[in-house]
Design a protein around this ligand. Structure first.
Ligand code: 13P
Ligand code: SF4
Length: 323
């Protein structure tokens, strides 16, 4: 785990300003920019953000901002969603290679063929997918509203759920409905070791396991609470427990620790002795790249009009059903 290093001084990089926090603040004013960041970002980025949130909160912020420039500290599908909602704004992503294994596990051509097999099904897609998949969907959902959205649909409505099979399975359990699942998954949330989590529980008898629904069922069955990143954060704050084994990307522990410094947060370990529980895509963004993106007004998110327009309707549908 890395730790916050504020003030972020860059003596080692003579081409960068001495105090990046100050320089980013100045650019924010100059550009009338807002920095939206996900909880899996580097703690320095979390500390400089105007708004931190889960995918739903970030989409709601993107839909309502008055800023001229959105600096998205997250992964590509998140910044793309902000662009779909704000076609006339400049949307910057510090590193364009910050993708998502889950979004990549659902290629548009293969999904179009899959969908064609179920002509009477409504398509609900998890927001962790490309704009092309969103354009083929009827409703977008996130981990915080998937159950709520499925529950709002008529009981006899057949549904395809894509691309995450783990979240899909969890929604099936919670709603008692049968969904046709696309078999996608996240490399980070499928890396947690059930065996090592059980071992940690034995060593920390006071700790509760809390987990993101992208985890596999073998991990979820040990969790006393399952939810989106924002929901996990809220739960860790309100629970009377003093210790938690956190089965999601460990970037979120920065906020958990900030909100409740007296509690202990133990990152759930990966199967191998590796750092594979850290999202390699989220971690491509750095404070330096964020500063450079604002200074150079790039890398910018762009989208073909046809896809952008088709992808907007299911996102708006989600926002309306989550109000
Ligand atoms: P949340 O919407 O819960 O923040 O999840 C985003 C994500 O990418 C989880 O891997
Ligand atoms: Fe995608 Fe998984 Fe990273 Fe979330 S943690 S952004 S689902 S690869």
């Amino acid at each position: 785990m890395f730790t916050a290093t504020r003030p972020h001084l860059t003596r080692a990089h003579p081409s960068l300003p001495h105090d990046l926090f100050e320089a980013i603040d100045a650019l924010k004013r100059e550009l009338n920019a807002v920095i939206l960041a996900h909880y899996y970002q580097d703690p320095d980025i979390q500390d400089v953000a105007d708004y931190l949130g889960d995918s739903l909160g970030l989409s709601q912020q993107a839909a309502s901002t008055n800023a001229d420039v959105i600096v998205f500290a997250g992964v590509h599908f998140m910044a793309e969603t902000a662009k779909i909602l704000n076609p006339d704004k400049l949307v910057l992503l510090p590193d364009l290679n910050a993708g998502c294994s889950l979004a990549d596990s659902c290629p548009p051509d293969a999904f179009a063929q899959f969908k064609a097999n179920y002509p009477d099904h409504l398509v609900i897609s998890y927001i962790n997918c490309s704009a092309e998949i969103k354009a083929m969907s009827d409703i977008i959902c996130t981990s915080s509203n998937a159950v709520q959205i499925v529950n709002q649909l008529p009981k006899d409505q057949p549904i395809i759920f894509a691309p995450d099979r783990n979240l899909g399975r969890y929604v099936m359990e919670q709603t008692g409905r049968n969904l046709v699942l696309w078999q996608g998954s996240c490399i980070v949330h499928e890396t947690f070791s059930e065996k090592r989590i059980v071992q940690l529980k034995i060593e920390n008898l006071d700790a509760e396991v809390i987990a993101h629904p992208e985890c596999e069922p073998a991990v979820l069955r040990h969790a006393s609470y399952i939810g989106s990143t924002t929901a996990l954060l809220k739960y860790a704050r309100s629970s009377s427990s003093q210790a938690f084994i956190v089965a999601t990307e460990p970037g979120i522990i920065h906020q958990m620790q900030k909100q409740t410094p007296e509690k202990r947060f133990i990152p759930a370990p990966a199967t191998n002795n590796c750092n594979c529980n850290e999202c390699p895509f989220m971690r491509l963004n750095t404070l330096e790249k964020l500063y450079l993106a604002m200074k150079n007004r790039q890398p910018e998110i762009t989208l073909p009009d046809e896809i952008r327009i088709a992808a907007l309707r299911p996102i708006q549908q989600m926002l309306e059903m989550s109000a």
